[in-house]
Design a binder for this molecule. Structure first.
Ligand code: ASP
Length: 355
C-alpha cells in the first residue's frame, strides 16, 4: 500500500518505508470483550493526521494479518529482513511498528540478519493505542520517522543501525530490554548509552553510534536461524531434576544459563557434573547474568571459574534478548561448535562490550 505523504519543498526530503507488523500502537478495544485487537493499518494513518505535515515521503507496508508481538517468530524476522533488502535502494530509512513485548528480540535479530547496513532501521510502538487521547504512539512514530530520515551533509545516515525509539530515547536495538509494562518509558538499555535523545531537538550521541568502516557495500541478509535453544534461570534451591531435564531436551543445541551477579552459579557437584556433561555432548552453554545491568566475569569468583572450566562461554554484558537471537543466528549459519563459541566471544553488531 502506498500513501506517499510528502512535501516537495524540503531539500532534506527522505524516502521512508513504514512497516506495520502489529502491536498496541495499531490496536483498539473490542467492544464485546474489552480486549485490544489489531485494526487496519490505513486507520492508524487516519489517526495520525500530523503525518501529512512531515516533509518526507512515507510509503507503507503492512503485515497481513498484523500480529501481537507475542506471536513473533524467526520467520517474521526473515520477512522483515527480506522486505528491507527488496526495498533497500528505494528508501533512506525504515521504521518498523511492532508490539513492545518482543520488540527487543526482533531488533536484536534484525541487527544480526542485516549485514553491511548503512541506513536506519528504527523500531517503535506504543503503550497506548494510537487512537487513544493520551497515546504515546504519535510522538514515538513521528520522532522515529525523523530519525530514520536524518542524514549528514554527505547524505549518509546519522544512525545506520537497527534501533528502538521509545519515549524520547533512541537505543541500539540489541542492547535493549522491555522493563516496564505500565510506564510510557517501557525500554531501557542497561549497558549502553542512548544513541539519541529527543527534546526540542533530536540530539545524537555520535561517539556511540556504529558507522561502517567503508561505505557503499551491498546489503546482505542472513536469515537462516536455528531455534533449538533453552534458557535455564537459576534460583536458590533449583533441583537436579530440573537442570537435568532441561539439559536433556531432545535436539537441544544451545543453552543460556541465567546466572547470579557476575556470572556465578551453585558449586554443588551434581550441577557442575550436568553442565560439564552437557558441554561435552557438543551443546553450547552461554552464561548471561540475571542482573539487569553489569556483565559476566567468570574469573571473578570460584563459582564462575568452575563454570568456565566445565566449558561454559561467558556472555559479557549481553541482554537475554540479544543472547537468544545471536544464538539463533549463529546456529542457523554455522554447524561447527568451535566457530559458534568463537563468534559468541566477539562483538558482532555492538551487542556486547568486550572490554
Ligand atoms: N501485546 C502487545 C504486543 O507486544 C503489547 C504492545 O504492543 O505494547 O504486541
Amino acid at each position: 500500500m502506498q500513501t506517499g505523504y510528502s512535501n516537495s519543498l524540503s531539500e532534506n526530503k527522505a524516502n521512508i518505508l513504514l512497516i506495520y507488523t502489529g502491536g498496541t500502537i495499531g490496536m483498539r478495544q473490542d467492544p464485546a470483550t474489552s480486549a485490544l485487537v489489531p485494526f487496519k493499518f490505513e486507520e492508524i494513518l487516519h489517526e495520525v493526521p500530523e503525518l501529512k505535515k512531515i516533509v518526507h515521503t512515507i510509503d507503507t507496508y503492512s503485515f497481513e494479518p498484523p500480529v501481537d508481538s507475542s506471536d513473533i517468530e524467526p520467520s517474521k524476522w526473515s520477512q522483515m529482513a527480506q522486505l528491507i533488502k527488496e526495498r533497500y535502494l528505494s528508501y533512506d530509512g525504515f521504521v518498523i511498528l511492532h508490539g513492545t513485548d518482543t520488540m527487543s528480540y526482533s531488533a536484536s535479530a534484525l541487527s544480526f540478519m542485516l549485514e553491511n547496513l548503512e541506513k536506519p532501521v528504527v523500531f517503535t510502538g506504543s503503550q497506548l493505542p494510537v487512537g487513544m487521547l493520551r497515546t504515546d504512539g504519535k510522538e514515538n512514530l513521528i520522532s522515529a520517522i525523523e530519525i530514520a530520515a536524518s542524514r549528514d551533509n554527505h547524505g549518509r545516515a546519522i544512525v545506520p543501525e537497527v534501533c528502538i525509539f521509545f519515549e524520547s530515547e533512541l537505543y541500539r536495538g540489541n542492547r535493549t530490554t522491555k522493563d516496564n509494562a505500565e510506564n510510557f518509558k517501557a525500554f531501557r538499555s542497561p549497558n549502553y548509552p542512548p544513541l539519541a535523545k529527543a527534546g526540542i531537538h533530536i540530539k545524537y550521541n555520535k561517539p556511540y553510534i556504529n558507522y561502517p568502516g567503508l561505505w557503499g557495500k551491498e546489503l546482505k541478509i542472513l536469515t537462516e536461524t536455528n531455534n533449538n535453544i533453552a534458557i535455564l534461570k537459576l534460583f536458590p534451591g533449583i533441583t537436579e531434576n530440573t537442570v537435568e531435564s532441561i539439559c536433556n531436551i531432545p535436539g537441544l543445541r544451545a543453552l543460556i544459563i541465567e546466572t547470579y551477579g557476575s556470572g556465578n552459579a551453585t558449586t554443588r557437584q551434581w550441577f557442575l557434573d550436568i553442565i560439564e556433561k552437557t558441554c561435552n555432548k557438543g551443546i553450547v552453554i552461554l552464561n548471561v547474568t540475571q542482573c539487569p545491568a553489569g556483565k559476566v566475569d567468570m574469573d571473578a569468583y570460584e563459582t564462575g571459574i568452575m563454570l568456565k572450566k566445565a566449558g561454559v562461554v561467558g556472555g559479557y554484558d549481553s541482554t537475554v534478548e540479544a543472547a537468544v537471537s545471536k544464538l539463533f543466528f549463529l546456529m542457523g549459519h554455522y554447524s561447527d561448535i568451535k566457530i559458534i563459541k568463537k563468534l559468541l566471544n566477539q562483538n558482532l553488531k555492538g551487542e556486547i562490550s568486550i572490554n
